[in-house]
Design a binder for this molecule. Structure first.
Ligand code: AMP
Length: 293
């Protein structure tokens, strides 16, 4: 594995891999790698010949007052994990390498960014689409791997590639959880032991919602009410949202009669945690790749 910090070095390495006829895979991350990130790498390793991982804590996707400064940065451990995961090229640029000048260009996906995290994190999705578009242009991979844990992000990025005819295929990977069901997240580092236990209520609420739908409930408002009760048991600092939306439009669904995304964002202690579940109308889990077939 080689680690590079400059865009020109990425281009040279990828060009070489291309001349060898290799399929290129990209896993974009912000580092503080855990088993969730590694599951993306493992799938990419199976499906591609040359695996690029990027680690960049992207300042433009943090809304004012968010945790950009304190976001965990563990590059030495990340590098070791990438080496063990069979990564070929680790791209770890500085902010100055990515943003040498103020960017006058925006990449904005409408509608899909107007619910859930969008209104609560001003500028967040524009930051995400811009950095991912830049990474796609820098690496020019055949495939790029994203986690279903960040479902809205995955849906927004998929739409960006479709609308802009980007020559990269996105692959969506299931959420990796700890043994108790808590979705792995770099932000879990902020939680104490007690908070980690309380955070399990988020997953619990999603499982209850799934069971309710499997039992025939179709009224979203009822399901959301039950979920709120469950999450309140965790004594959250705030529940940012509990929503049931159509995953194609990200607009609220009142009566469940098709595919739905149930998404939660809640603050437990110092951490803002998100989780979700993607279901068909009978409450069966569906993989996000299937949505986009
Ligand atoms: P991040 O470093 O948080 O920006 O995440 C980088 C990529 O890893 C994104 O595509 C995330 O959706 C994905 N990811 C983060 N946590 C998980 C998880 N627990 N399971 C699967 N993928 C994840």
């Amino acid at each position: 594995m080689i680690t590079v910090h400059q865009i020109a070095e990425v281009r040279t390495a990828v060009k070489q891999a291309r001349t060898e006829g290799k399929l290129i895979g990209l896993v974009p991350t912000m580092g503080a790698l855990h088993a969730g990130h590694l599951s993306l790498c493992q799938r990419a390793r199976r499906e591609c010949d040359f695996l690029v991982v990027s680690i960049f804590v992207n300042p433009t996707q943090f809304a004012p007052g968010e945790d950009y400064e304190k976001y965990p940065r563990t590059i030495d451990a990340d590098q070791e994990q990438c080496r063990q995961a069979g990564v070929d090229l680790l791209f770890a640029p500085t902010p100055a390498e990515i943003y040498p000048t103020e960017s006058l260009t925006t990449v904005h996906v409408e509608q899909l960014t107007e619910s859930l995290c969008g209104p609560l994190r001003p500028g967040h999705f524009d930051g995400v689409t811009a950095i991912v578009a830049k990474l796609f242009n820098i690496v020019q991979s055949d495939f790029a791997y994203f986690g279903e844990k960040d479902a809205q992000q995955a849906i927004v990025l998929h739409r960006m590639t479709v609308d802009l005819n980007m020559p990269v295929k996105l692959k969506m990977c299931p959420t990796v959880r700890n043994d108790d069901g808590l979705a792995l997240s770099s932000r879990n580092d902020y939680l104490s032991g007690d908070e980690t236990q309380r955070a399990l209520q988020i997953r619990q609420s999603l499982m209850q919602a799934q069971q309710a739908i499997q039992a025939g409930q179709t009224d979203s408002a009822d399901i959301i009410r039950q979920m709120r009760e469950t999450i309140n048991q965790a004594k959250p600092t705030n529940i940012d949202y509990i929503d049931i939306v159509d995953p194609h439009t990200m607009t609220p669904v009142a009566t469940i009669d098709s595919h739905i995304l149930i998404a939660v964002a809640a603050r437990i202690g110092p951490a803002r945690l998100i989780d979700n579940i993607l279901l068909d109308k009978k409450g069966r889990i569906i993989n996000m790749d299937r949505l986009f077939e």
